[in-house]
Write a protein that binds this ligand. Structure first.
Ligand code: CTP
Ligand code: CA
Length: 224
């Protein structure tokens, strides 16, 4: 009962999140994507809503139900994700980039299915770099409190600390990608201006609530 009467950690706050992979088409039937399941981002959206926030979740193609009370915006490409995020962040207190945004897209999308041919070599893919959504949001003069996620395959402590500074975000959640993609549990290290701090391995739902508490206590107080 006491917990129910306590003011919620994110009451009155607006949280925007990205989750899942993006899908970058090569032609009408094929594309580039990655192994993100969306579970961590969806768990965080749910935990933010449980904490009393108004929540917008910009989601790549994933097979997950929308958490109760969360507004979901389905997108496929990084460019669509960027447009949805930029329309939502001017009203946000917090932006959490959990999505595994494809770093590259096809420089040109073929209008017809690319056909194989017995005597031609396999097609060469020309790629273009996608916009960095998190860095762009963090650089805005009216930036909300920005949180990034980083999946590294090795050397997490060094790479994630450098990534936090490069992206210009106050908090970055680091993990070793192969230990989290598609799994129901996760082990993360928090990187902020004070350095790294590891959280114990736990289920993504419990971890999501812990991360929301970490974010809530770092938020600047709102003017009365
Ligand atoms: N991110 C983003 N837009 C991109 C790429 C990444 O918003 N085009 C966000 C992710 O949602 C995540 C953070 O940036 O919160 C870190 O993503 P990551 O892929 O680890 O970083 P990159 O800068 O792309 O570096 P690399 O993949 O080379 O390690
Ligand atoms: Ca990347």
């Amino acid at each position: 009962l006491c917990a129910a009467l306590r003011p919620k950690l994110l009451a009155g706050r607006h949280v925007v999140l990205t989750a899942g992979p993006t899908f970058e088409p090569l032609d009408p039937v094929r594309g580039l994507t990655n192994r993100s399941s969306g579970k961590m981002g969806f768990a965080l959206a749910r935990a933010a809503a449980d904490a009393g926030a108004s929540v917008d979740l910009v989601a790549g193609p994933v097979a997950l139900p929308t958490p109760w009370g969360v507004r979901r915006h389905d997108i496929e490409t990084a460019s669509e994700m960027r447009a949805a995020v930029l329309s939502l962040v001017p009203h946000a207190d917090v932006f959490i980039g959990v999505a595994a945004v494809c770093d590259w897209r096809a420089a040109e999308i073929a209008t017809d299915k690319i056909k194989k041919s017995v005597d031609a070599a396999p097609p060469r893919l020309a790629l273009a770099e996608n916009p960095d959504i998190l860095a762009e949001v963090a650089a805005r003069p009216d930036a909300p409190y920005c949180v990034g996620f980083a999946a590294e395959s090795s050397d997490l402590l060094k790479l994630a600390a450098a990534k936090r500074v490069r992206k210009g975000v106050p908090l970055l959640v680091g993990n070793l990608g192969q230990q989290t993609f598609g799994r129901d549990d996760n082990e993360v290290v928090l990187f902020d201006a004070d350095g790294p701090r590891a959280l114990p391995r736990t289920g993504k739902a419990v971890l999501a609530h812990a991360l929301i508490a970490e974010i809530a206590r770092r938020l600047p107080r709102r003017p009365p």
